[in-house]
Design a protein around this ligand. Sequence first.
Ligand SMILES: Cc1ncc(COP(=O)(O)O)c(C=O)c1O
Length: 412
Amino acid sequence: MKEFKYAAVKEEFEKWKELGLSLNIARGKPSLEQLELSRDLFTALDFDDCIDNGVDARNYGELAGMPSARAYWAELLDVTPEQCFVGGSSSLNMMYDLIAKAWSNGLLHSEAPWSQQKGIQFLCPVPGYDRHFRITESFGIEMIPVRMLDSGPDMDEVERLAAGPKVKGIWCVPKYSNPDGHIYSDETIRRFAALKPAAPDFVVVWDNAYCVHEIRGDYVPFPDILKLCAQAGSPDMVVEFASSSKITFPGAGMSVLAASKANIDYLCGLADAQMISGDKVNQLRQVRFLKDKAHTLNMMKRHADALRPRFDAFLTELDEEIKPLGIASWTNPSGGYFISMYTQPGCARRTVELCREAGLVLTGAGAAYPYGKDPQDSHIRIAPSFPPLKDVELAAKVFCTCLKLATLEKEG
Ligand SMILES: Cc1ncc(COP(=O)(O)O)c(C=O)c1O
């Protein structure tokens, strides 16, 4: 460990600056090695091999998606094919679309479109996924932060707030949450299923983006929230999402919306005014390549082999350089794409600023909070997945220097 005195740390910082580095650990993108795993996707489908279960992928039809793609996602998410609507390449787009449909038409149990109701609110577990928050913000929906615990969102708070009739839903990333990497506990999931919100059209957006994305250890089976909600008498309260963005190619995979049959029918009714059918050729191509859950999980092990050394490199540096100083804490996730860093209050923004000066781009401090406002100014999201390993190692060193300097500046 290096000396923790202002002059020494400042000197170290100036040395990094002189190197003119250009490093970026801002967004959770797969590395080139991971993209390489899907090379055969380009040759997975042939013109003469596009009819599947009697459905021609090359032509209009099947609004809810290619039957084999619906069956694929049903197996992955432990639901039924009838509960799956397979869409385009982005699950985030489908989430936006769900809120847009709530806004323009209302959801299945809405008394009126959300646009006609005043003062609508949404629960936002924090820290959370910045793009979720941008969706609600773009509709002018008021966001109410709810603290994330190791077990998932603070359910006492969720239950208390959901009793408010203006509260229309909650953003959830139940497995390897973005950015903490927590898995919701069985108790949290049970309490979600048993939730009795005041609003009849309250929606639990269950963004299962990291459903098969272990970094360490074996696949962790995860309860099917749709079944649990149905058993608890609220089959239509949850809408689940996932995609193959981080299984094959981000922005060029296939996405799924899973919900009760009644919700699928309702949403298909609305989507019927929007399009004739989605890109079934891509859906079929993805299914031909990914095959089934067992094959996908095997592939995810190879993704993990690329991700693990990057996470380990960053975490080792933090353990060596920061842990003995006791000036920050961080998560050590078993899956997903992020490490959450918690600095001393008032140091996150400055750390990110110093990193930028030294040539290391991070996600903006506060990005994981509604309106970009972290009241403690303490959280930084670290995404070590994309750069080559040696760049991640360097980024970790630069980060540690900047974190130390920001802390020393604050201490005066
Ligand atoms: C929680 C979460 N949901 C959704 C997405 C984006 O998914 P897609 O590429 O399917 O739009 C991401 C990407 O980082 C994410 O972290």
